[in-house]
Design a binder for this molecule. Structure first.
Ligand SMILES: Nc1ncnc2c1ncn2[C@@H]1O[C@H](COP(=O)(O)OP(=O)(O)OP(=O)(O)O)[C@@H](O)[C@H]1O
Length: 256
């Protein structure tokens, strides 16, 4: 059984002391020299809807450091997914900057961002995005194939990822033979197999009951510690927020 993990890392840092919208859960001080993994500065995103401009993000600043788990909460439509898409290089801001490991996503075309994404960012969505006819093992394998990982490394890496999410005994089950929580844990193994430094998860516990959600969160803490990556996730579930190093609250396109 997976246990809740002790937080071992310092919290994400606001872009300026006392930044609104951020709940600091605590932790030891970070060395002053630590470089952020991801920097979001002055980000705005608008969409053209008919003849109107819909302003969805209205000035977002955020710094995410390595080995941190941060959450975005906020009402439906507040802009959480829009922000996550920008953080993952799936979209570019209308204004402002997104730097991932110093790389200017806001200036790059889709091909360049896609190349970084394939190597260094993992995604988890609410609906597990597993291929139904493939086993857990084969689903994870697919991700290594896509990332161009040498075939000789596959077996060891797939096994260790599935062990990490507590599914060593379910490797050859197909998604329909697994519970919702187990399927989501396969999705996590799949998302981290290529060793990304950033994992983005949009409502990863939305379809799960509270016990399964707690297991998924325990796995998240475990992989932050073991794989040394950072996680940014969205959620509506207040019962899991204590697991985060930080919680940012969004309302109407800003942190409140
Ligand atoms: N491509 C787009 N074109 C037009 N409007 C968009 C587009 N993407 C998002 N929006 C609008 O932006 C607003 C914010 O959407 P977003 O999905 O970011 O919210 P959210 O906080 O993630 O909501 P939820 O919790 O329901 O997932 C919504 O009003 C949505 O309709």
């Amino acid at each position: 059984m997976l246990a809740w993990k002790q937080r071992r890392k310092p919290p994400a840092e606001p872009d300026g002391a006392g930044q609104a919208g951020q709940r600091d859960i605590g932790g030891p001080a970070r060395p002053a020299s630590a470089e952020p993994l991801l920097v979001v500065s002055g980000v705005e995103r608008s969409f053209d809807v008919g003849h109107q401009k819909l302003r969805v993000l209205k000035g977002i600043d955020l710094k995410l450091y390595s080995e941190q788990l941060v959450m975005l909460k906020g009402r439906s439509g507040s802009g959480k997914t829009t922000l996550m898409n920008l953080m993952g290089g799936l979209d570019v801001p209308t204004k402002g900057q997104i730097r991932f490991r110093g790389q200017p996503f806001h200036e790059w075309d889709d091909d360049r961002r896609t190349a970084v994404r394939r190597k260094d960012i993992g995604f988890i969505f609410q609906a597990y995005a597993l291929l139904p006819l493939l086993s857990a093992y084969e689903n994870v394998e697919l991700s290594l194939r896509m990332a161009g990982t040498p075939r000789s490394e596959w077996k060891k890496r797939i096994t260790s990822c599935l062990e990490l999410v507590g599914l060593a005994k379910r490797m050859h089950h197909r998604p329909f033979e697994l519970s919702g929580g187990e399927q989501q844990r396969v999705a996590i193994a799949k998302a981290i197999a290529h060793r990304p430094s950033l994992l983005l998860a949009d409502e990863p516990t939305a379809e799960l009951d509270s016990q399964m959600a707690a297991q998924v969160m325990a796995v998240f803490r475990e992989i932050v510690a073991e794989e040394k990556l950072s996680i940014c996730m969205t959620t509506h579930d207040t019962t899991i927020m204590e697991v985060a190093d930080h919680v940012y609250e969004m309302a109407d396109g800003v942190f409140v």
